[in-house]
Design a protein around this ligand. Sequence first.
Ligand code: SAH
Length: 263
Amino acid sequence: MAEAILKAGQVLFVGAGPGDPELITVKGLKALQQADVVVYAGSLVNPALLEECQAGCEIHDSAPLDLEKVLALLVAGCRAKKKVVRLHTGDPSLYGAIQEQMEALDAAGIGYAVIPGVTATFAAAASLKQELTLPGVSQTLCLTRLAGRTPVPDPEQLQRLAANGGTLCLYLSVGMMAKLVAELLAGGVFTEQTPVAVVYRASWPDERTVEGTLADIAEKVASAGITRQALILVGEVLNARSKGVPEKSKLYASDFTHGYRKA
Ligand code: SAH
């Protein structure tokens, strides 16, 4: 229960989910409802969630603040023995910059905990009605990005990851589609026929989906005018909806025995 996890004088990092305010966890919602201070990432957290906060809750948008100012809010709330929630978009562990906040809280002797959230990848897969792992097609999911102002370490350059095949989900990269396509092709596994889906603002009312192949997706995304807040899914699994599933899973196969069912 959130009662136990949201403690006065401590910070609770909460995943807000991808946008739809009902896609926060039950535990995350309870924490929001009980918080005295909420510092939320205004760029992608749905403000409708803040209506859940109790009257008198102190609410701050962290979008215009630097790390120091965010930390000052968290620390001041904790020193005043308030219940503090730091609300991050999607799941806090992905591109959330939470580690540096935790490190500073450690230094200040302030405790904290984390409640996970639904990341953009899973919201996008749900919007597409798409399984990301299919027997005989892909059993691996790679969550990554192209370098922007934040660099990507050399061994993780997209071209190298693309050489593994599988299903790739790219964050923070829709503004660089030409580069993205070039790197994916350079891996030598994906081809111009490899399917790609781009989901803009998955689970929001203005969600949009663009589907194509590595040959035409950059152009399609450009004509759709999508330059941010989108997730890019790449891989053969995306063909299953139009071309069918090549191999049924063992899990529900009648001749397959497992721990919960005899063939
Ligand atoms: N922690 C977040 C990711 C933050 S980085 C998470 O787990 O989802 C911000 C990037 O996430 C955006 O540039 C976009 O690529 C992706 N993103 C976040 N919310 C999204 C949504 N609702 N639909 C599509 N992409 C989204």
